[in-house]
Design a protein around this ligand. Structure first.
Ligand SMILES: [Zn+2]
Ligand SMILES: [Zn+2]
Length: 123
């Protein structure tokens, strides 16, 4: 069982054990919303993911994307997209053990900050 949640622990989730892609996103929306140079997402089938404590607040960040965060501590834990409703992107920093899923791909590298490089992982 993979577990995680927000900083204040009001939001907790579980993910069934499995092999899931870990993707570094350099898009400007992730950058602003997480206030970080880039965000790594664990890409999980929604059927494998479940909130077990708390209910995150939804933020429509685009016409097809919705972000989910803890209204108490502000941690962003997940993102869903109407383009792939069977998938939930889980913010890797919210996992209890993010080191279990090293990133294998970078996306939106066209907007990557050259001053904040990551591993050379390109699609
Ligand atoms: Zn919280
Ligand atoms: Zn992004």
């Amino acid at each position: 069982m993979v577990e995680g949640g927000c900083f204040c622990k009001r939001i907790r989730y579980i993910i069934a054990d499995g092999v899931y892609p870990s993707v570094i996103c350099h898009c400007t929306m992730c950058r602003h919303i997480h206030a970080a140079p880039h965000v790594t997402w664990l890409v999980v089938p929604v059927a494998q993911f479940e909130y077990v404590a708390g209910t995150p607040t939804a933020l429509a960040s685009s016409t097809d994307g919705t972000r989910y965060f803890c209204s108490s501590c502000g941690t962003h834990v997940a993102c869903c997209n109407t383009g792939h409703t069977d998938i939930i992107d889980v913010a890797i920093g919210s996992l209890d053990k993010p080191e279990a899923f090293p990133p294998t791909l970078s996306i939106y590298v066209d907007t990557q900050l050259p001053t904040h490089p990551t591993l050379e992982i390109k699609p």
